[in-house]
Design a protein around this ligand. Structure first.
Ligand code: SF4
Length: 333
């Protein structure tokens, strides 16, 4: 499997939370054991929606890299890099833009959804319409065999495959393999209010929150709303948001005990959430320690990023040269 390449990225738009950890990064950690993985900070993608306040992007990018290393992404196993450090992405994006029909971009289902959801931002821009083309360049420049995606992202990957097909067809050479989706089973992480955990909903527990903040936040977490008193029997599996989070931090035996005690109205929500908070804190403690160790060695951190960028650039350059030679039929430039 190590000869198969996987590519994935994250937009640096703010601090990471438990949703990122269990919904994305746990999966990345598994993948790096099986595949040659390329993980990148998608800072140009962040610019498509954050162009009005771009000065925060480098800070968020650095923070993202720090958190990736903290959770265990291993630069010996994976190529970790910053998108904007590899200018070849931009050149391939430009070449792809020349033959990508606008109608393909306009029918992108998330395009209209995002414009609708982010009405406070003016997203009627050329960059935002074209971001799936940049995404195609990100993926195809590493000739990725697989891309980990959720079902909702399948149309994006299909667009990348269409662009690869169109290039191969127009210039009569199979330069780009068609990347396959890697539909991995990833944990769903509820936010404090029961909606999906998200910074913009204000319902997130961040990896950098301190112990007391985590305890306070978890005490506000929604439980079984049909159980106003401890003496009422609860239904943790079907009605309690805190229990959904508990599933990620407890053994099957512990969960069975909580279910039994809650259903028998012997366990109260305050005590139960206290126990959950302690579990979350002890799971995050080793990460905080590792983060301090990394922060104490800024040169090492910098070297890791420079080396990741170099490895990515060398691969990207080869693909871009190959694509240009096929496209122009010569190497004169
Ligand atoms: S006791 Fe625990 S599992 Fe039961 S409703 Fe309260 S928080 Fe949820």
């Amino acid at each position: 499997m190590k000869d198969k390449r996987v590519l994935s990225g994250m937009r640096p738009t703010g601090p990471l939370h438990l949703g990122h950890l269990h919904g994305v990064l746990d999966n990345w950690l598994r993948l790096q054991e099986q595949y040659q993985c390329f993980y990148f900070v998608a800072d140009w993608h962040a610019l498509t929606t954050e162009y009005e306040s771009p000065k925060r992007i480098p800070t968020f990018s650095k923070e993202l890299l720090l958190e990736w290393l903290t959770v265990g992404l291993n630069p010996e196993k994976s190529i970790i890099f910053i998108q904007s450090a590899i200018k070849e992405h931009a050149e391939l994006y430009l070449l792809f833009a020349m033959f990508t029909p606008v109608s393909w971009l306009e029918r992108n289902p998330t395009y209209k959804d995002m414009i609708q959801n982010l009405q406070h931002k003016d997203l009627a821009t050329y960059g935002f319409l074209g971001y799936p083309v940049l995404q195609a360049a990100d993926i195809l420049i590493y000739k990725a065999h697989h891309v980990p995606v959720g079902v909702d992202q399948l149309p994006h990957l299909e667009l990348t495959r269409e662009i690869a097909r169109r290039f191969n067809f127009l210039y009569q050479q199979e330069v780009f393999p068609l990347p396959e989706p890697l539909l991995s089973k990833v944990a769903k992480v509820p936010g404090l209010d029961g909606r999906k955990m998200s910074k913009s909903y204000g319902n997130a527990i961040f990896l950098t929150d301190d112990e007391d903040t985590i305890r306070q936040k978890i005490q506000t977490m929604v439980t079984d709303t049909q159980r106003p008193r401890k003496s009422d029997p609860g239904d943790p599996e079907n009605r309690c948001v805190a229990f959904q989070l508990m599933r990620l931090y407890s053994s099957p035996e512990e969960l069975a005990e909580i279910v039994a005690e809650c259903k028998a109205a012997r366990l109260g929500c305050v005590a139960c959430k206290k126990c959950l908070a302690e579990k979350v804190v002890s799971a995050l403690k080793p990460l905080w320690e590792r983060r301090s160790q990394i922060e104490a060695q800024p040169h090492l951190f910098e070297e890791i990023i420079i080396s990741g960028n170099e490895k990515a650039r060398s691969f990207a350059r080869q693909t871009l040269e190959e694509a240009k030679e096929v496209l122009f039929g010569t190497k004169w430039y």
